[in-house]
Design a protein around this ligand. Structure first.
Ligand code: NAG
Ligand code: NAG
Ligand code: NAG
Ligand code: NAG
Ligand code: NAG
Length: 342
């Protein structure tokens, strides 16, 4: 009897934190954009070809990085999208992420509607009142919210769908890459502190990936000097990531009753992957798969699913890395496993 109960306990293992709230862009979106008038939505095949429920709005052939992190944290099912989250499910967390979204409001407006980070924070305030209503107490809600992990993975689009589209957005005329990283981080700092004032205490802030190495970037901008990547794009993002790490240090120094960590989920080395082409056939924009097209069959060998988003295979490596890496240049001062214990 004791053994059976032990086994049952393990199967229904309790997550390491009671709740997980996710903010971000298409790398994390699990269905919020399905309901919006935008080109940045992917609830059609071949997206989801390796996902049990098929196309859900995840920008991947299967799981996205947040699905993998939620599994690592012990959640038995994925964190529901805000657009769909109902009832007591919200007590375990909500995913607010939206394809095309950025730190800045105007980011992504050329592709259509998107839920900017400020709007995601507004949606979180709605969730908080619902949680207080379910728990019949603001105090119980605050207590719960203080124990959750809050992940924000945003900023790629402030470059891809803003700074590096000078024909549509003025930012690259207004700011040098150094200045732009600084204004982004200043705005981001206020947004993060808004979340803190709404009861968050455990923050994971994600670095931007190698946007200059995507098939989209290489095809659109070309490379120089024999590089495999668009180096000036990666260099611009590197300035953002350095400033983000400094921000994390400042926030940890200034705010004593919260923990902040910097996570670069792409700090691992993966060998044997095809990196110079997308697994699926991409449309004219160069970013998303052609509707109903037939993708590559060896999806586990590709880095890029479409023109800009990683395959499930890479998302699993990245999510596992974010959770468990002991490399302090990629997870500082905590990986997600130790953030949960703080
Ligand atoms: C949202 O809810 C609808 C209706 O219940 C369901 O068909 C759909 O799969 C859900 N979408 C997501 C992304 O969970
Ligand atoms: C929580 O606080 C707000 C604002 O003070 C109040 O309007 C609301 O009724 C409170 N909710 C609960 C469940 O106590
Ligand atoms: C290409 O390489 C040369 C020689 O190393 C260097 O002087 C030049 O600045 C590089 N060009 C670019 C665009 O990086
Ligand atoms: C941290 O505190 C210092 C000193 O008060 C202040 O100058 C700085 O802006 C604060 N940093 C953040 C990110 O709030
Ligand atoms: C990708 O790289 C492989 C191995 O270096 C090469 O054989 C192939 O032609 C490249 N494909 C494209 C589309 O550039």
């Amino acid at each position: 009897m004791a053994l059976l109960s032990l086994i049952l306990h393990c199967i229904h293992a309790v997550p390491q934190v009671p709740c997980y709230f996710i903010f971000g862009d298409s790398l994390s979106d699990d269905g919020n954009n399905n309901y919006l008038p935008t080109l940045a939505k992917v609830n059609y095949p071949p997206y989801g070809i390796d996902y049990p429920q098929g196309p859900t709005g995840r920008f991947s052939n299967g799981k996205n990085i947040q699905d993998v992190i939620a599994e690592n944290l012990g959640f038995p099912s994925p964190i529901p999208p805000f657009a769909n989250a109902t009832g007591n499910a919200i007590l375990k967390g909500v995913n607010y992420a939206s394809g095309g979204a950025g730190i800045r409001f105007e980011t992504g407006e050329t592709v259509g509607a998107r839920i900017s980070l400020d709007m995601q924070l507004t949606n979180h305030a709605i969730t908080i009142s619902k949680i207080a209503a379910i728990l019949l107490s603001n105090e119980s809600a605050s207590d719960l919210l203080s124990k959750c992990i809050y992940t924000i993975d945003i900023g790629s689009n402030d470059y891809i769908l803003n700074y590096f589209l000078p024909q549509f957005y003025p930012t690259s005329h207004q700011y040098t890459p150094q200045q732009y990283a600084k204004v982004l981080i200043q705005q981001y700092s206020r947004q993060i502190q808004n979340l803190y004032h709404n009861g968050a205490k455990k923050f994971a802030l994600f670095a931007i990936g190698y946007i200059g190495c995507t098939p989209y970037a290489v095809a659109t901008y070309g490379t120089k000097n024999g590089s495999a990547c668009v180096d000036d794009q990666n260099q611009a993002v590197q300035l953002f990531n350095e400033a983000l790490l400094s921000l994390v240090n400042e926030l940890n120094n200034n705010i004593s009753d919260a923990k902040f960590t910097y996570i670069n989920p792409y700090g691992f080395t993966a060998t044997g992957f095809v990196t110079n082409s997308s697994c699926c056939e991409v449309d004219n924009g160069g970013q998303l798969c052609v509707r109903n097209s037939v993708p590559c069959s060896d999806r586990s060998k590709y880095t890029y699913w479409d023109g800009v988003h990683p395959t499930q295979a890479i998302n699993i490596l990245a999510g596992d890395f974010a959770y468990a890496t002991t490399s302090t240049s990629n997870a500082y001062p905590f990986n997600l496993q130790s953030l949960a214990l703080q």
